[in-house]
Write a protein that binds this ligand. Structure first.
Ligand code: NAD
Length: 259
């Protein structure tokens, strides 16, 4: 379905971004990966499912650095002829009460989770308009719609991502570029595993019990959302059927924000 299209997925060496990159490649899209950690393993995982001559590349831009983000967009354009699909997914978390929140962590979360979405969108949008197709998918969170305690920076950034999504969706409403946000609830990735570990250690409980408690507090389905489920939604948002979905924030959260 996405043969000949090119996708740039930020933060795709792990978790949700890796799942989305795999699904886009499986649909035939060329994919540029980004992120820290084992980039080669991620490239291999995406290449293994790539079809239709889809190619896989990697750029190590630090998403807290605007110049590197712009260079990555240009590298994707040079490598694949454009960025047709931009998935703004890179993100980090820090959990602490606001008066103990390190200012440096606040700055990093706002830069990586929010400002990077602006910088990548700003760099990629002109090319999308010129080529007559574009899909911008911002991986926000249920925390873009509702709050939790001790996550002030993350909640502020994710609310910002949803506001930004709506604004750019309006600016592009009459163009072939759509802009939407995906809002996962709990997904068991390294980002959430750290929170499971912290809960297990603080309460002296098992990993399974920590996961059960984490879900029971917020996610009525008592099931983690999976990267594969989010990736299937991303593929749908890239399809012609989704051409008039604009400025939406779609929650995939086991009922979290229905409460
Ligand atoms: P993850 O830790 O598995 O992956 C995060 C990715 O971002 C990794 O590839 C990492 O290398 C990359 N990254 C981090 N800082 C970076 C930087 N400065 N520059 C470039 N890359 C960087 O986490 P995940 O759970 O897959 O999270 C992906 C996105 O989904 C994040 O935006 C997160 O806020 C969001 N999200 C996650 C959950 C969840 O429950 N896991 C829920 C809602 C939203």
């Amino acid at each position: 379905m996405l043969n000949g299209k090119s996708a740039l997925v930020t933060g795709s060496t792990s978790g949700i971004g890796l799942g989305i990159a795999q699904a886009l490649a499986a649909q035939g899209a060329h994919v540029m990966l980004n992120g820290f950690g084992d980039a080669q393993a991620a490239q291999d995982a995406v290449a293994a499912v790539a079809t239709g001559g889809a190619r896989v590349a990697y750029h190590g831009a630090d998403m807290s650095r605007p110049a590197e983000i712009e260079a990555m967009v240009r590298a994707c354009e040079a490598e694949f002829g454009g960025v047709d699909i931009l998935v703004n997914n890179a993100g980090i978390q820090h959990v602490a009460p606001v008066e103990e929140f390190p200012a440096e962590r606040w700055d990093a979360i706002i830069a990586i989770n929010l400002s990077s979405v602006f910088h990548a969108t700003r760099a990629a949008l002109p090319g999308m308009k010129a080529r007559g197709f574009g899909r911008i998918l911002n991986v926000a969170s249920v925390h873009g719609l509702v709050a939790s305690a001790q996550k002030s920076a993350y909640v502020a950034a994710k609310h910002g991502v949803i506001g930004f999504t709506k604004s750019v969706a309006l600016e592009t409403a009459t163009t072939p570029v759509t802009v939407n946000a995906i809002c996962p609830g709990w997904v068991l990735t390294p980002l959430v595993q750290k929170q499971v570990d912290a809960r297990a250690e603080q309460a002296g409980i098992s990993q399974d019990e920590a996961k059960r408690q984490l879900l029971a507090e917020k996610q009525p389905s008592l099931q983690f959302t999976t990267p594969e489920e989010l990736a299937a939604l991303a593929v749908f948002l890239c399809s012609p059927a989704a051409a008039n979905i604009r400025g939406a924030a779609i929650n995939v959260d086991g009922g979290w924000v229905a409460q």
